[in-house]
Design a protein around this ligand. Structure first.
Ligand SMILES: Cc1cc2nc3c(=O)[nH]c(=O)nc-3n(C[C@H](O)[C@H](O)[C@H](O)COP(=O)(O)OP(=O)(O)OC[C@H]3O[C@@H](n4cnc5c(N)ncnc54)[C@H](O)[C@@H]3O)c2cc1C
Length: 429
């Protein structure tokens, strides 16, 4: 296989696969250090996953939540970006094989995150829409806008229902935020854009397998979320497992059937691991097992961080939560550990600092579990807005998001709802 062209160096080469929260946090800390850093990602941009649902529901333009890597690493002479899809890792020869060529490493950092887990349900994998990246958001957005137009054309009432109904599976933060945004779309946008529709059209169902929404948060957060979603007329179905999806019918374990042409799947993720890693290193959820120093033990020079990594210790038998803070904190620590390893110093163990959870439900309401402080409503939403605006990469993006939010705060208006690319699943899967 051809080599990817990269200048020779006397410095140790650190290859990082994946420029998500984890990869970028590591890169920031390695800027200007005496190492050659090569970032490989299949996209030429970083994406801000927490706001994907807003792009999907026409709240934000895709451009405002993605940031190009080349802009990110401008002026950092020791950092190189190559756009490629990593297919295989060969630890024995310290080589990474990509769809564009091979590259050798002294240290390898796997930060490839996760992908949607459909749990092997073929019909759902084929017809449902995931919410993991910007392409998924655009698929949801275009399918939704197309189906709303088709619903205006047909006089068949059952078909109208199917075209406008949404079933969201998974009552975690992504599902809850998506349900809230869709319900607000129905409340504020639908009557303006489609005055011909009756009020009862576009039902939003949220199906959760456990007995409460946001099962990883406090009981208080769950009950507040349920109350907020009910106020937005979302039909929440708890203790229910979705088993199949055929002929526009979502079938659940208890035999219930929901008619919808829009099925959004946020019910699970699994690690997206390139080939070549022995299965001894892989634990539940297709995650890479690391020690507390973030090393994949037994693979010399290989480390893992972020969603793909499970730091397994006696106090964390299942690893840490797969959230942005874990990824960012691991990226920062790994920069120290890589430099310590190069300089023959001791490595430091990872200690997670839980900064809390803060999902939003529609506009002006959120629920917050921050340490022992558990609160909900407008104040939580204000905090949510501040945290997210400051977490977005790039001044221009922050400005764009801020302006969009300010407009929609006062007018409930969203971005222009234009169909620029026909949604055709066969193009994307
Ligand atoms: C809809 C949604 C909402 C979320 N909301 C929140 C939230 O509000 N708060 C929170 O804390 N967390 C949230 N999360 C979780 C958070 O986004 C993840 O924990 C975080 O993105 C993990 O970072 P990462 O760097 O490990 O992986 P990612 O951010 O997923 O980055 C992985 C990168 O690897 C690249 N990649 C993968 N495989 C390859 C390959 N083979 N070759 C080349 N490149 C590859 C991808 O292109 C990507 O750039 C949300 C997640 C989703 C999906």
């Amino acid at each position: 296989m051809e080599r990817i062209c990269i200048s020779d160096t006397d410095w140790p080469r650190i290859v990082i696969i994946g420029g998500g929260f984890a990869g970028l946090s590591l890169i920031r800390e390695l800027r200007g250090k005496r190492v050659q850093v090569v970032l490989i990602d299949r996209n030429n941009f970083n994406q801000f996953q927490p706001l994907l649902y807003q792009v999907a529901t026409s709240g934000l333009e895709p451009d405002s939540i993605v940031f190009p890597f080349r802009k990110q690493i401008a002026n950092a002479k020791n950092i190189i970006f190559r756009m490629a899809d990593v297919e295989r890792i060969i630890p024995e020869s310290k080589t990474v094989l990509t769809d564009k060529g091979a590259i050798e490493y002294d240290y390898l950092v796997i930060a490839t995150g996760t992908k949607t887990n459909y749990f092997g349900i073929k019909n759902i994998e084929k017809h449902a829409l995931g919410l993991k990246n910007i392409l998924d958001s655009l698929n949801i957005r275009h399918q939704m806008l197309q189906n709303l137009e088709l619903a205006a054309i047909t006089c068949d009432l059952e078909e109208k229902d199917a075209l406008t109904n949404f079933v969201i599976v998974g009552g975690g933060p992504a599902g809850v935020e998506m349900a809230g945004a869709l319900a607000e779309f129905r409340k504020y946008i639908l009557p303006k854009d489609y005055p011909e529709y009756p009020y009862s059209i576009m039902k939003v169902y949220l199906v959760e397998g456990s007995g409460r929404l946001l099962p990883s948060m406090s009981e208080k957060a769950s009950s507040n979320t349920l109350e907020y979603l009910k106020a937005l007329e979302v039909e929440v179905i708890l203790d229910e497992i979705v088993l199949d999806y055929e002929d526009n019918l979502v079938t659940t374990k208890s035999g219930r059937q929901l008619i919808a042409k829009n099925l959004i799947w946020t019910a699970g993720v699994k690690g997206q691991l390139p080939n070549g890693i022995n299965k001894n290193h892989i634990v539940g959820g297709n995650r890479l097992k690391t020690n507390s120093y973030l090393e994949v033990e037994g693979l010399e020079g290989v480390f893992a961080i972020g969603d793909i990594a499970a730091v397994i210790t006696s106090s964390t038998p299942n690893g840490h939560p797969q959230v942005a803070q874990t990824a960012i904190q691991q990226g920062k620590l790994l920069a120290v550990n890589l430099m310590n390893s190069i300089n023959n110093k001791a490595l430091l163990p990872f200690q997670y600092k839980d900064k809390g959870s803060l999902p939003t439900i529609g506009k002006r309401r959120a629920v917050a579990d921050i340490g022992r402080f558990k609160f909900a409503g407008y104040l939580a939403w204000l905090l949510w807005s501040l945290v997210h605006i400051f977490s977005i990469i790039g001044f221009r993006n922050r400005l764009l998001v801020g302006i969009n939010w300010a407009i929609s705060y006062f007018s409930y208006e969203k971005s222009n709802r234009i169909i620029v690319r026909k949604y055709n699943p066969s193009n994307d899967r």
